[in-house]
Design a protein around this ligand. Structure first.
Ligand SMILES: Nc1nc2c(ncn2[C@@H]2O[C@H](COP(=O)(O)OP(=O)(O)OP(=O)(O)O)[C@@H](O)[C@H]2O)c(=O)[nH]1
Ligand SMILES: [Mg+2]
Length: 325
């Protein structure tokens, strides 16, 4: 074999390997976005059926009403729906494709280009997780811990819900499952002191991220403000709280929004985690939530398992919403 043949063979081999790698990567990508698509299937179905119907009969006066109804049914909210439909109409679409494209770009525009990654500025970084009871805080804390651990970071959890013994046990069980330490306190003890102990333990052990779980059931707005405010101050230590994540149950719809406003007044929320999107046909709530609280949705919960928390990606979300149509 002369040198030219050898070089030619090497080049062919390199090309084959490259194509193979590209194929493997593409398969991985489509699998990832497929997970999110499947979990949003319920919303996509509602929106899709209505939109198909609207477009099936050609674009006429009633099309806009039907699209409006579909968006409202997906819980996009009255204000945003009006804005979106007006925006689509102003492009004067003549076909279903043009309408769909205009709708997709309006939906993307509503979500905007804001930072959605979780901050880890300080060491240890501190994330505080708040929200009404049953919204999915503790499960989200566990999922966050699992994600960080998979990235090779060290994590410690603080169980500041000292009102219920079961709350402590629940986080402890998750901690065991994920393989991270949990700091708890006596039932009836001071929640802020648990935050203090967690931070102290993280510092002593050189842990990367502290995640503080909080109680959802607090009696009265005053108590809530006072207690969350205190936990927030203590969790900051002499530094800062990197993320205050407000957990919101997507199945609670627009009512849920009113409920969480008090939390947003009590602590400086930096991101929203919208849970239970797998169990609702009202995924459009993401748009209403972001507009109404003025805080980005950073993560979405799409199931009860440890891996069922995904970063919120507006493009994948809009595609998933309009997939069926
Ligand atoms: N389907 C689904 N269920 C979820 C999701 N996130 C949480 N859950 C379920 O919601 C229920 C309540 O979750 P928790 O994490 O205990 O909620 P919490 O906010 O900590 O509740 P409190 O501590 O009582 O305030 C549990 O049954 C979870 O499995 C999700 O993304 N999808
Ligand atoms: Mg809890």
């Amino acid at each position: 074999m002369d040198n030219t043949t050898l070089v030619a063979l090497l080049i062919i081999a390199a090309i084959v390997v490259l194509i193979g790698l590209l194929l493997i990567r593409r398969r991985g990508e489509s699998k990832d976005s497929g997970v999110e698509r499947n979990r949003l299937a319920r919303t996509a179905e509602t929106l899709g059926v209505a939109l198909r119907h609207a477009w099936g009969s050609g674009i006429d006066g009633s099309t806009w009403g039907e699209i409006e109804d579909a968006l409202l049914a997906a819980d996009v909210g009255v204000e945003a729906t009006t804005r979106i439909v007006d925006g689509v109409r102003s492009t004067k679409p003549e076909t279903a494709e043009e309408t769909r494209d205009a709708l997709a770009s309006q939906l993307r525009g509503e979500l905007g280009k804001v930072g959605r990654t979780l901050a880890t500025r300080s060491h240890p970084s501190v994330w505080l997780v708040v929200g009404v009871n049953g919204s999915g805080k503790t499960t989200t804390v566990a999922k966050l811990a699992k994600g960080l651990k998979d990235e090779g970071k060290t994590v410690i959890l603080g169980a500041t819900d000292t009102y219920r013994a079961a709350a402590n046990e629940q986080l402890q069980t998750w901690g065991d499952r994920v393989g991270v330490d949990v700091v708890g306190g006596q039932v009836g003890g001071d929640p802020a002191s648990v935050a203090f102990d967690t931070l102290a333990s993280a510092r002593a052990k050189g842990i990367d991220v502290v995640i503080v779980d909080t109680a959802g059931r607090l009696h009265g707005k005053k108590n809530l403000m006072a207690e969350l405010g205190k936990i927030h101050r203590v969790a900051a230590g002499d530094g800062l709280v990197d993320e205050v994540l407000l957990v919101l149950d997507a199945t609670a719809g627009q009512n849920g929004l009113a409920q969480v406003r008090e939390f947003a007044e009590a602590v400086p929320v930096t991101g929203i985690v919208l849970t239970k999107l797998d169990g609702t046909a009202r995924g459009g709530i993401i748009i209403a939530v972001e507009k109404s609280l003025g805080v980005p949705v950073k993560l979405i919960g799409v199931g009860e398992g440890m891996d069922d928390l995904v970063p919120f990606d507006p493009d994948i979300f809009v595609d998933a919403l309009l997939e069926e149509s």
